[in-house]
Design a protein around this ligand. Structure first.
Ligand SMILES: CC(C)(COP(=O)(O)OP(=O)(O)OC[C@H]1O[C@@H](n2cnc3c(N)ncnc32)[C@H](O)[C@@H]1OP(=O)(O)O)[C@@H](O)C(=O)NCCC(=O)NCCS
Length: 216
């Protein structure tokens, strides 16, 4: 599914469960020591996805370790992103010559838990989502909103090292399957603040992907 959101040259791999055996590097296994079984399996399946992406890029398999702020560490010259949610795991990766940054996110389709939207969306964003829901009530707009901001954050963070809350970014969503997230960091950063992406909803999931072209 995620490949539908990606331009040529960006590789992807996904899984809908943890059934396939996934072998971890020792350093990865060490990171997961003491973690609950479900988290270990999710982490391992995502690493298998990451290594399939690297193989498609003709890169050798390496450990993909959580680094600063939790961002996954990719080999030099590669950018990538990982997501997992109930019933879905995925990784994407691209050579730096194809993308300056990527971020992906998956969420179960459906409304956010009661009260969450009020905490994470501005008044203008809530009005925007309400208008989209009137035009097409069948789509889980709140989840697309949430997921799009998380995907943009995953592209933003490795370049800046700056944590941003949901209220520190604003989102414009198009029913045509695109979106733009504008970051408002607390300090000026020499990075284009607008992250453009694509979304889809299907199979009980919402998927989002941000791919920033090189040089931006
Ligand atoms: C980091 C965060 C985005 C992860 O999203 P999530 O829906 O909880 O979890 P997902 O399964 O989709 O993604 C988890 C993966 O994201 C990646 N990730 C974690 N922190 C990251 C970061 N700072 N930058 C980039 N990628 C990160 C990791 O690869 C992680 O998987 P792993 O632990 O197996 O390596 C989320 O927990 C968070 O902190 N959000 C707050 C910040 C935010 O989204 N702001 C929005 C406004 S811009």
């Amino acid at each position: 599914m995620i490949e539908e959101l990606l331009p040529p040259g960006v590789t992807s791999s996904e899984a809908f469960d943890d059934a396939a055996p996934a072998v971890l590097f020792a350093a990865e296994a060490a990171v997961m020591e003491g973690r609950r079984e479900g988290r270990r399996r999710q982490f391992a399946t995502a690493r298998a996805c990451a290594r399939r992406c690297l193989a498609q890029l003709r890169r050798r398999p390496v450990a993909v370790l959580p680094g600063a702020g939790g961002a996954p560490g990719w080999p030099a010259g590669v950018v990538g992103s990982i997501t997992h949610c109930e019933g879905y795991r995925a990784a994407v990766a691209a050579p730096a010559s194809v993308a300056a940054a990527v971020g992906i996110d998956a969420e179960p389709a459906g409304p956010l838990p009661a009260g969450v939207l009020g905490l994470i969306a501005s008044e203008a964003e809530r009005a925007h989502l309400a208008a989209l829901a009137v035009a097409d009530p069948s789509l889980p707009w709140e989840r697309v909103f949430f997921s799009a901001k998380e995907a943009a954050y995953k592209a933003w963070y490795p370049a800046t090292g700056i944590w941003l809350g949901f209220r520190d970014a604003s989102l414009a969503l198009s029913p045509a399957g695109t979106f733009a997230v504008t970051m408002r960091p607390p300090v000026p950063v020499p990075v284009d603040p607008v992250y453009e992406g694509r979304w889809l909803a299907g199979g009980g999931l919402v998927l989002t992907a941000v791919v920033r072209p090189p040089g931006r």
